[in-house]
Design a protein around this ligand. Structure first.
Ligand code: C2E
Ligand code: CA
Ligand code: CA
Ligand code: CA
Length: 279
């Protein structure tokens, strides 16, 4: 099949190039994905390391394209970002995630925040606050139960803008977390100016935690930094009990990862919320 694929590509290479063609096809399908209702959200729990309780659910988008099958967000989010499609897609994610959390609340389940990833374009959109305000009003979700995740690279693009937008969000009562922390370029001097609630230690530091003393040192340093700035610190990509024990020993506040649960569809998430607790 691989051989055949290569031959197929060669047909087009002279004119357009396989990668360019692939991109064009993807982009074309992406334009239609919203109206075709091909997106859905999966949810991954975040648990408190002391109480074991679910304190959050991160909403992660899934795209099941009718003609291409499942496509990873690592593949289509950058494309959506480049084309600007991320704004309507991101708005759909926000609305769906807020509505889902409100639905869980209305079922009398224990309450937690819903975390939604923001992209750079969305963050720079001048009507972002209006959109969020409207979605909260529409769904009836209290702002306290919404958390927005931004990355260091988004935050550092325009530091003054970041500070002003984050302040407004925080004034609305929304929680903010810095995603993938440690992989970007946010200088420590800026970090203290960003109104944040949580640092999420990037998975790349957790992955080799038990084998690589440098990673362990970095995780400890991020813990000290975060707690020193009065932030909560949570670890992403936690897969093993050994990693969990390490994180407990350095007083990490929470974890997200396959150890507790992978991201799952809404219905499976509901079961986890009903039964789930970390030991
Ligand atoms: P992220 O925000 O860092 O999300 C965490 C990613 O790590 C998710 O990948 C999740 O499935 C995966 N993960 C969680 N726990 C584990 C673990 O224990 N081990 C391993 N190996 N992986 C784990 P996913 O869902 O494929 O999403 C990839 C990225 O796509 C996200 O990284 C985020 O940057 C972006 N993304 C996903 N949904 C959205 C969205 O709605 N909006 C925007 N703007 N970006 C999104
Ligand atoms: Ca995230
Ligand atoms: Ca992350
Ligand atoms: Ca990450």
């Amino acid at each position: 099949a691989k051989q055949q694929g290569r031959n197929n590509y060669q047909l087009y290479t002279p004119a357009l190039g396989a990668r360019a063609l692939e991109r064009l096809v993807l982009e074309n399908r992406l334009y239609k994905a919203l109206e075709r209702e091909e997106f859905l959200l999966h949810y991954q729990p975040q648990v408190n390391l002391i109480t074991g309780q679910i304190v959050g659910m991160e909403a992660l988008i899934r795209w099941n394209s009718s003609d291409l099958g499942f496509i990873s967000p690592y593949q289509f989010i950058p494309l959506a970002e480049e084309t600007g499609l991320i704004c309507p897609i991101g708005e759909w994610v926000l609305r769906t995630a807020c509505a889902q959390n409100r639905l869980w609340q209305s079922q009398g389940l224990p309450q937690f925040r819903i975390a939604v990833n923001l992209s750079a374009r969305q963050f720079q959109q001048n009507n972002l606050l209006k959109i969020i305000d409207q979605i909260l009003a529409e769904t009836g979700l209290e702002p306290y139960f919404l958390e927005l995740e931004i990355t260091e690279s988004i935050a550092m693009q325009d530091v003054d803008l970041t500070i002003s937008v984050l302040r407004k969000l925080q004034n609305m009562g929304i929680q903010i977390s810095m995603d993938d922390f440690g992989t970007g370029y946010s200088s420590l001097s800026y970090l203290k100016h960003f109104p944040l609630d949580t640092l999420k230690i990037d998975r790349s530091f957790i992955r080799d935690l038990m084998r690589n003393p440098h990673d362990a040192a970095i995780v400890k340093a991020i813990m000290a930094l975060g707690h020193g700035l009065n932030l909560k610190v949570i670890a992403e990509g936690v897969e093993t009990p050994e990693q969990l024990e390490f994180l407990r020993s350095v007083e990490c506040d929470g974890l997200q990862g396959y150890l507790f649960s992978p991201p799952v569809a809404a219905q499976a998430a509901t079961e986890i919320i009903k039964n789930g607790k970390l030991n």
